[in-house]
Design a protein around this ligand. Structure first.
Ligand code: PAF
Length: 289
């Protein structure tokens, strides 16, 4: 028998949808709640915080690792997206994850697949506008992952605030019996939001990219001091990114429920930012309640 890597002895690696459904159905028959953390791998402390949240809410936790081709644009980083699978499995093992669902693209998508899941409102602005087709890929793959894992609860990070809103809407509109939970952003000690894409940053770009989290923090302080005008909250953040030689993709204040553009914070809001440092596009946000 081939020698198995250390993590293989502990974490069950599931490769097919039928095997995943069988495992989950068995747990459910035994009265256990199933939690799911959908990821594209390259796991970091942010993902692990989602795993811990899932563990608090469920008896069994499945991490899905699938770099989903349909959510990347033709000029985006699908090919070079980091895929440290063994390291990811070791981290899952350390966190006591029950199973890793890691299908190949051919398992997830028939070559002649023609069915998509599309959310038509919340997916339009922000990243939806800048990355055409992105959310169609996300909603389609997450619907398929829900059908494979059959979770009671799924946990996503606030860093992708728009993604969570879109997925909550999808789960509601399509009657998925899944609670879609959002967990707080995890930051590096210096404030940079954790992201699998941070590995693309050179040392210099990483230092300059701190303009994002610092600018957001300044906005938070301005808000705490009573500032409610969108432009007064957004402009300093845009300027900070420009001064750090980043390229702003968007800095916008939007409703946290509808994602409509706000001119003043008169109900729960999200200050959302996307910016390039070098070729790397980073996103971040804060909630203003
Ligand atoms: O947030 C991600 O990593 C991805 O968009 C997700 C939700 C796993 C779908 O591929």
């Amino acid at each position: 028998m081939a020698r198995r890597a250390r993590w293989e002895r502990f974490v069950e690696i599931i490769r097919t949808i039928a095997d995943m459904q069988r495992l989950s159905q068995g747990w459910r028959r035994a009265g256990q709640r199933v939690g799911c953390v959908p990821t594209m791998g390259a796991l970091h402390e942010g993902h692990l915080s989602l795993v811990r949240e899932a563990r608090r809410r469920a008896d069994r936790v499945v991490v899905t690792i699938f770099v989903n081709p349909t959510q990347f644009g033709p000029k985006e980083d699908f090919g070079k997206y980091p895929r440290p699978f063994e390291c990811d499995c070791a981290l899952c093992e350390q966190e006591g994850v029950d199973a890793v669902f890691a299908p190949e693209p051919a398992v997830m998508y028939a070559p002649d697949a023609t069915t998509w899941v599309v959310e038509e409102k919340l997916s339009q602005p922000l990243c939806g506008e800048r990355r055409p087709g992105h959310f169609r890929g996300v909603t389609t793959v997450v619907a398929k992952l829900f059908n494979a894992v059959l979770p009671d609860v799924a946990v996503f990070g606030q860093k992708d605030a728009q993604q969570v809103l879109v997925l909550q809407r999808m789960a509601r509109d399509l009657n998925f019996p899944v609670e879609v939970v959002v967990a707080p952003i995890v930051r590096e000690a210096d404030g940079l939001a954790m992201s699998s894409r941070n590995v693309y940053l050179s040392e210099d770009e990483r230092t300059r990219a701190l303009a994002i989290s610092r600018g957001l923090e300044q906005a938070r302080q301005a808000y705490a001091a009573g500032e409610r005008r969108a432009e007064r909250l957004c402009a300093p953040l845009r300027a900070a990114i420009g001064t750090a030689c980043g390229r702003v993709d968007y800095v916008e204040l939007r409703s946290r429920e509808t994602l409509e553009l706000l001119t003043t914070v008169d109900h729960p809001a999200v200050l959302a930012v996307a910016a390039f440092f070098g070729a790397t596009r980073l996103i971040d946000n804060i909630f203003l309640d």
